[in-house]
Design a protein around this ligand. Structure first.
Ligand code: HEC
Length: 192
């Protein structure tokens, strides 16, 4: 290949490179910048805030349960209870297994089933298993009692908890009273 030819090829590459770099500049000169006031193709953005989701605070805890108990479904509760039977028995003559037997648990003192070796955390909490305590515990056991031995993630659906608690209530010779309308109203007010 003679020198001249090589030079021509090199010059070709060089020119191509320069054009590529300068192309933008040349275009700018040829087509002066025009300020664009408006988007030529308006894009419609759906207002999500209208639904109120973005503004209302996220409910962290369990939804209140009292109002749901009146219309709760015991049969549905028996189905939910299948999640418990690996560890709990529900009959009047039920035995303690991994967890204590749960006959007569509504309104019973916490940690008092004969012969069950409870965690210190549960016994130390004290109080009774009223509807609200059961609601909070079954929503997220480890959050309600830090250090509990109950390895169960919880029942996130309010209807599952209401049905489960209604079933637990039925597991007694004399089931405790359902919440009165006054108690339901008081709970509704306190969470507003
Ligand atoms: C993996 C086993 C396991 C599962 C599943 C489980 N539990 Fe438990 N449960 C336990 C243990 C263990 C304890 C005792 C906790 C402690 O001592 O901290 C307990 C304690 C309880 C108590 C307190 C009893 C008392 O005498 O104070 C209630 C109420 C209860 N469970 C309800 C339920 C319900 C309802 C379900 C199903 C929705 C369920 N548990 C699922 C193991 C389990």
């Amino acid at each position: 290949m003679d020198n001249l030819k090589t030079n021509k090829i090199l010059a070709g590459f060089l020119l191509a490179g320069l054009l590529a770099m300068g192309g933008g500049k040349i275009a700018e000169i040829l087509v002066p910048d025009q300020a664009i006031d408006e988007n030529a193709y308006p894009v419609e953005i759906k207002q999500v805030a209208d639904s109120g989701q973005a503004t209302t605070p996220v409910n962290q805890g369990p939804e209140p349960i009292l109002a749901l108990l009146a219309s709760a479904d015991i049969e549905a509760g028996i189905k939910v209870a299948k999640k418990c039977t690996a560890c709990h028995e529900f009959d009047a003559d039920g035995k303690n297994k991994t967890g204590p037997m749960l006959w007569n648990i509504v309104d019973a003192s916490k940690g008092m089933k004969d012969g069950f070796n409870y965690s210190d955390a549960l016994v130390g909490m004290g109080g009774a298993w009223d509807y609200d305590a059961l609601n909070a515990f079954l929503y997220k056991p480890k959050a309600y009692i830090k250090g509990t031995k109950m390895n169960f993630a919880g029942l996130k659906k309010p209807s599952d908890r209401a049905n489960m608690i209604a079933y637990l209530r039925s597991l007694a010779d004399t089931p405790v009273a359902l919440p009165t309308q006054a108690q339901i109203d008081a709970q509704e007010v306190s969470i507003q």
